[in-house]
Design a protein around this ligand. Structure first.
Ligand SMILES: [Zn+2]
Ligand SMILES: [Zn+2]
Ligand SMILES: [Zn+2]
Length: 756
């Protein structure tokens, strides 16, 4: 008998065809397997009924580790066509069903790592060692189907030995499109900052040595360039900070291995699993008490972002050094996307880096490293990019229509929602500059292309001047699809509900800033979501934001506004006026504006944490997104509750003035740590009890927590405990970022479910 099989999911670029081949041959079946242009796979087998059913069950149970089968449709025919053997056929461009996708990049596997270290292996110390189980995928693929000529490996002609492996069904590199060796594959070079190639035996380990000596190098990876430096010396880091005008923002590091990482960071079982997983993300880890790396890596924070080598090149960087870790941060200029082309790297970083470690393979898709952290054993994704993108987030139901969502203007990405899958693009960044705006549009179009989804609606933020909204408008027009504008926090909560598979919940959204339905700055919202609509039920007390965005940059402005009626606050403010760019003159102007009522108001939770940060003299200027609030969390770590004040709830408003007053009058009585801890407790208890009461009123079982503040472990855990203690179920994000990297997904869900 004959069976015609259609497989969708992640089945190209993960060794699926070789697996099908081996399984078919083992079961004495004849036929063929081939890749399709829609990222799916077509299989035909002929043989006995028993053999076919055994084959089908093995397809599911024994598939390669990186493969993901979504659907497997079989049509049986009684008549055989007399095929004599089983073959892997050339790919077809045929596009039949949307929804399959190419795999994300996969970190170097153990077998390749072993070969890299084996002097007898012909890929001994070859930086671009890969196999069917590992290597770049998303970053290397120009178009589908996944064949070598559709990748940036097309410029490298396989040598006879590589070709033999590629064609041998018993070889690990059977049909591995990235197969290469020192003879035929990409080559790596070490150059000075003008591009002159240095004559060294091993450019990679030589580069590591230079880093150890205190030089700064640009290192080309799979999805873009990293800036690399020593983690033991502060000088190169300070130089880097100065040249990149990046004063405080933490740098990620790449540790030699888990053992090395354990010498400076605390790592539990879950974190170790994440660090060594094929995704190999940056994991935010708590610094050890005897932390000995430079304090300049993540100043003022109790955490450090750590990843492990995920390519042969990374592993070799450590070969001739004693460094436990290197700084490895995306090479991008402020507000611009990560650099991917060699010429661009020299042009933009020639004045910053001393050396360049480059290779001659082009990067098809740029992709920054992903960032994650654990909250008591539960995963929070801060940035969903390399290793995840473009793998979809699965929903428990099918969306009512296919949507493309363009996200927001900070920390953004795009999302294509198709049935029960949310395809989230790689990290795009902040859409201020032309380069990033172009990247956003490119990423959107590429995602539509590789998923083959026919988009029926385009979604974007409600903000009237967002660049992302402008791009959404343009694409909607090109597609002839309706444009749906989605309120920022509605998107956060719609995304949370869809991710959790919940149709009704009370959602707490504690965030930085989002344009509200009333045109005001929202950011501390309690929303009610059901199958028909989302409504705003409660929020934080509106507080003055004198000078608009300036109040987010200089949180003293928030303190001045919140405590404007507090006795003798003036002397506190005056003592700190030098922390404002224009000193006392500026302070007096702020006070005058307050008196005259010349300000907008915000319900943002982030701004309250900012104000606390200034009031506790933790951070007086925001030099990167979320800085004051993150430093409050770092300061509060290990603290205890000292303030007696219970959450002040007035109707549907959680008051915050009393909280800041309480902190102010207790400044001399308690440590910063305990006061910061108490602020977080107040907020958590306040929003949680409001939400629980509303849930009981509306007879809802679930309370969820989303928004940028949901990264805060203490606040997040405190809310969870209160919700669970009062007999309700707590839901949080596990695969979609709670912050603005999750908004595109939420917009898409909202537009599909509630959009008109
Ligand atoms: Zn491998
Ligand atoms: Zn070769
Ligand atoms: Zn947000």
């Amino acid at each position: 008998m004959r069976a015609e099989i259609r497989v969708t999911g992640i089945v190209q670029g993960v060794g699926f065809r070789p697996f099908v081949y081996r399984t078919a041959v083992r079961n004495q079946l004849r036929g063929y397997v081939r890749n399709l242009g829609d990222a799916g796979v077509d299989i035909v087998v002929e043989g006995t009924k028993d053999a076919i059913s055994k084959f089908l069950s093995e397809l599911r149970s024994k598939a390669p580790p990186q493969a993901r089968i979504d659907t497997l449709k079989v049509r049986y025919r009684d008549v055989e066509q007399g095929i004599r053997e089983f073959k892997i056929l050339g790919s077809s461009d045929k596009v039949v069903v949307p929804g399959s996708v190419i795999p994300p990049d996969i970190a170097i596997c153990e077998n390749c790592m072993r070969e890299l270290r084996d002097p007898k292996n012909r890929r001994f110390r070859y930086f671009f060692i890969t196999c069917t189980d590992c290597g770049p995928r998303f970053t290397i693929i120009n178009r589908l189907p996944y064949d070598r000529e559709n990748t940036t490996m097309k410029d490298f002609l396989m040598c006879p030995e590589c070709r033999r492996e590629y064609e041998d069904p018993l070889d690990r590199r059977f049909h591995a499109q990235t197969v290469a060796c020192p003879k035929c594959g990409p080559k790596v070079f070490l150059t000075d900052n003008e591009g002159n190639i240095l004559d060294v035996e091993d450019p990679v380990s030589e580069c590591g040595k230079l880093l150890e000596e205190g030089y700064i190098a640009l290192v080309k990876g799979n999805g873009g360039f990293h800036i690399a430096a020593s983690t033991l010396q502060s000088e190169p880091i300070l130089k880097l900070r100065k040249l990149k005008s990046r004063r405080q923002k933490p740098f990620a590091v790449m540790a030699r291995d888990v053992r090395a990482a354990k010498t400076f960071a605390l790592i539990d079982r879950y974190e170790e699993e994440l660090l060594t997983s094929p995704v190999r993300p940056i994991v935010l880890l708590k610094k050890r008490e005897d932390y000995y790396l430079s304090e300049e890596i993540s100043p003022g924070l109790h955490t450090i972002g750590v990843m492990l080598p995920y390519t042969g090149l990374h592993a070799m960087l450590f070969d001739k050094t004693c460094e436990p870790a290197f700084i490895m941060t995306s090479a991008n200029r402020a507000g611009e996307p990560i650099v991917t082309r060699n010429e661009e790297a020299y042009k933009k970083f020639g004045s910053i880096a001393d050396y360049f470690l480059i290779h001659d393979r082009e990067i098809a898709n740029r992709c920054d490293d992903s960032v994650v952290r654990m909250h008591s054993g539960s995963l929070r994704v801060l940035r969903r990019s390399r290793g995840y993108a473009p793998e979809p987030v699965k929903l428990k139901w099918k969306a009512k229509r296919n949507v493309l969502a363009l996200g927001v203007d900070t920390n953004t990405n795009v999302c294509v929602l198709y049935q029960d899958k949310g395809f989230i693009s790689q990290y795009v960044g902040d859409i201020e500059k032309v380069e990033t705006a172009e990247f956003l549009e490119e990423a959107a179009k590429y995602l539509m292309k590789i998923t083959n989804v026919e988009v029926e609606a385009v979604a974007c933020d409600l903000h009237p001047t967002f660049n992302s909204a402008r791009i959404a408008e343009k694409i909607a027009e090109e597609l002839g699809a309706p444009l749906i504008k989605v309120q920022h926090h509605y998107a956060h909560i719609a995304g949370l509900a869809a991710e959790a598979g919940v149709r009704e919940l009370i959602g707490i959204c504690c965030d930085g800033f989002g344009y509200g339905l009333d045109g005001k700055a929202w950011g501390g919202e309690i929303l009610y979501l059901n199958e028909d609509e989302i409504t705003r039920l409660a929020h934080l007390q509106p507080q003055p934001m004198v000078g608009g965005d300036l109040a987010a940059k200089y949180p003293i402005r928030m303190v001045a506004g919140i405590l404007r009626d507090t006795e003798d606050i003036y002397s506190w403010l005056k003592n700190r006026s030098t922390l404002l760019p224009h000193g006392e003159i500026e302070l007096n102007l702020i006070l005058k504006q307050l008196e005259r009522g010349e300000f907008t108001e915000t319900t943002s939770c982030g701004r309250i944490l900012d104000a606390a940060s200034a009031l506790l003299d933790i951070c007086h200027e925001r030099t990167y997104e979320g800085e004051p609030a993150m430093k409050v969390e770092a300061t509060a770590y290990g603290g205890r509750r000292v303030l007696k004040l219970k959450p002040q709830i007035e109707g549907h408003v959680l008051r915050t003035t009393e909280l800041l007053e309480e902190v102010y009058v207790n400044l001399k009585n308690y440590s910063k740590r305990d006061l910061a801890f108490s602020v977080e407790e107040y907020i958590a208890e306040g929003v949680a009890s409001l939400a629980v009461d509303l849930a009981k009123q509306h007879k809802v079982d679930y309370v969820g927590f989303s928004g940028g503040v949901a990264y805060n472990e203490h606040i997040s855990e405190a809310i969870r405990k209160i919700v669970e203690k009062r007999g309700l179920k707590f839901v949080s994000h596990n695969s979609v970022p709670p912050g603005d990297g999750g908004v595109s997904f939420g917009q898409a869900v909202y537009a599909a479910e509630y959009g008109k």
